[in-house]
Design a protein around this ligand. Structure first.
Ligand code: ATP
Ligand code: MG
Length: 557
């Protein structure tokens, strides 16, 4: 991994360097990664994880994993468990595991303090009225008629709210700030609402739940976080973050710093929308290999190293931008190329018979598992008179630049012989079902004729039949989130399954954790959900080259 601290320099690290130089926070650096457990983590979260945990690592600091679990209806233990697994799989360990719900009692006490200081009041307008009275960017809001309630009344009502004396929506607790503030977040924001929902951790203990803005800053402060890193949409919330902490006597006052969200082209990174893909069965669960979730990428075979490298390369800035998928794919290729064993697999097989090779004859060719790394050893590849080659490697009437097999033309079988196609055999409906070929017995092992076309193949009687799954972008448009109905922009060809692929017998040795290169086809790994003793299922992690650059260039012309 290329992660010298120097290369990783960014504006946040510059701020931290300055803080350390100034002796701020006693030179300590404490960050946190604060997901809401309302879905699985995605590639966008990976950016935040690498940033927060990476800073803690490089500054000998600490980073907590904190669940922002204040919306009980949408949250679950399943999500909590998945998030923990994903963070660890990415290669990070939290200093402490925390939950905002750990602080419910403390948050309540702080709310009482705010009420006592006349900085918060119980408002009995309904949600719709509060929204209407909030004003707009050009008009100030209207003060609630309940704003002037006495401290005693507020304390009494808030206690009754906690004690379950009211219905949902009957009252809320609001901060008393400034209804004319140019920042709408400062117009008496709601701090608590009544909700009769069972919480995954506190169960039915509470029927009032604190709002995100109120919870987040206090949780940070209680954990002595020094730098609270969040995405740009929270910039307008920073005055509220600071206001809450300024009113209260908390252990510290962390500095909130915002950075740009990660958006990757042709996919979405919003838990809500990903949830919709899962619940509407557009994909095979949160870990569908086409999903931009950490679990999907893991099942696809993408390594944590390549995701971390990707996050390093895109960097941390203040400006939202779309990143091309090819950036991630290049990180994957660079990570897998040096270590992945090469193997031949025919994804979409076409049978060929070598007529001048004896039917009962067999031989084996020895081939290196890696062209540049002899330490990865060699394997034997069996050869016989009946082979499979890729359907796409044969054309009956090829264009001039087709360097693969066609009638009368000679090409080379990788690691084996030169062959020539003499006859094309078709079925009743005119489909090509078999080729009759001849081989050059003197061509074993060396490409003496310097043939341009070299194709992969497997021996029919030795091959294993496996399933291969080829993935493409999940969406047809670069920014599906912007579409009115984003599900309508799904790419119907994002998964193509071949259930009769033929692979060298060596494939029996591939382990569930291993990534291999199928020569000319890309990097593959076994699918851990569908592979069984009797059936190997391979996922294509990525192609060997960027096939989309070409498609996009063509679209632009
Ligand atoms: P989503 O809309 O997907 O639920 P979120 O921001 O609401 O995203 P959280 O679980 O609240 O998700 O996020 C946890 C942390 O991850 C936050 O600090 C958030 O800023 C960060 N984060 C979420 N999405 C991205 C992204 N696309 N790029 C960078 N950081 C992100
Ligand atoms: Mg959220």
């Amino acid at each position: 991994m290329s992660n010298s601290t120097e290369q990783l320099s960014n504006f946040i690290r510059n701020i931290i360097d300055q803080d350390i130089a100034d002796g701020k926070n006693g030179g300590k650096v404490i960050t946190r990664f604060p997901p809401e457990p309302n879905g699985y983590l995605h590639i966008g979260h990976a950016k935040s994880i690498c940033l927060n945990f990476g800073i803690a690592r490089d500054y000998n600091g600490r980073c907590n994993l904190r669940f922002d679990d204040t919306n009980p209806e949408k949250e679950s233990q399943e999500y909590i468990d998945a998030i923990k697994e994903d963070v660890q799989w990415l290669g990070f360990n939290w200093s402490e595991l925390k939950y905002a719900s750990d602080y419910f009692e403390k948050l309540y006490e702080y709310a009482i303090e705010l009420i006592k200081a006349d900085k918060a009041y119980v408002c009995s307008l309904d949600a719709e009225e509060i929204r209407k009275q909030r004003g707009t960017l050009t008009e100030p809001g209207i003060e609630s008629p309940y704003r002037s309630r006495s401290v005693e009344d507020n304390l009494d009502l808030f206690t009754q709210m906690r004690n379950g004396k009211f219905k949902e929506g009957e009252h809320v607790l609001r901060a008393k700030i400034d209804m004319a503030s140019p920042n709408i977040n400062m117009r008496d924001p709601v701090l608590y609402r009544i909700k009769y929902a069972s919480h995954p951790r506190t169960e039915d203990k509470w029927c009032i739940y604190p709002m995100y803005d109120y919870t987040h800053c206090i949780s940070d402060a209680l954990e002595n976080v020094t730098h609270s890193l969040c995405t740009l949409e929270f910039e307008d919330h920073r005055p509220l973050y600071d206001w809450v902490l300024d009113q209260l006597d908390t252990p510290c006052h962390p500095q909130q710093i915002e950075f740009a969200r990660l958006s990757v082209e042709y996919t979405i990174s919003s838990k809500r929308k990903l949830n919709q893909l899962v619940s509407e069965n557009h994909v095979d669960g949160w870990d569908d290999p086409r999903m931009p979730t950490i679990s999907g990428m893991r099942r696809r075979g993408i390594t944590p190293e390549s995701i971390r490298d990707f996050c390093d390369r895109i960097g941390i800035t203040k400006k939202d931008a779309f990143i091309e998928m090819s950036v991630l794919e290049n990180c994957i290729r660079e990570d897998l190329d040096p270590g992945a064993n090469r193997i031949m697999c025919v994804i979409n097989p076409l049978k060929i018979v070598i007529e001048n090779y004896q039917e009962d004859q067999e031989e084996e060719f020895s081939a290196s598992n890696h062209p540049k790394n002899p330490e990865q050893g060699k394997r034997n590849i069996p050869f016989s008179n009946t082979l499979y080659i890729e359907h796409e490697d044969f054309m009956e009437n090829p264009p001039s630049k087709f360097f693969r097999l066609s009638p009368g033309k000679e090409i080379r079988l990788r690691n084996a012989y030169d062959i020539k196609c003499n006859e094309v055999i078709k079925n009743d409906v005119g489909e090509i079902v078999e080729l009759r070929c001849e081989y050059d017995p003197d061509s074993a092992g060396k490409n003496k004729k310097k043939l341009k076309g070299i194709i992969h193949w497997v021996s029919a009687k030795h091959a294993l039949t496996v399933e291969t799954r080829l993935y493409d972008r999940l969406f047809n448009v670069p920014n599906p989130a912007a579409a009115e109905d984003f599900a309508s922009t799904l790419n119907n060809n994002s998964l193509v399954i071949y259930n009769d692929s033929k692979i060298e017998p060596y494939a029996k040795n591939i382990s569930l954790q291993e990534r291999v290169q199928f020569e000319r086809q890309g990097y593959f790994c076994l699918d851990n959900k569908h592979t069984s003793e009797s059936k190997l299922v391979f996922n294509r992690i990525t192609t060997l080259r960027d096939t989309w650059a070409k498609i996009e260039a063509a679209n632009k012309n």
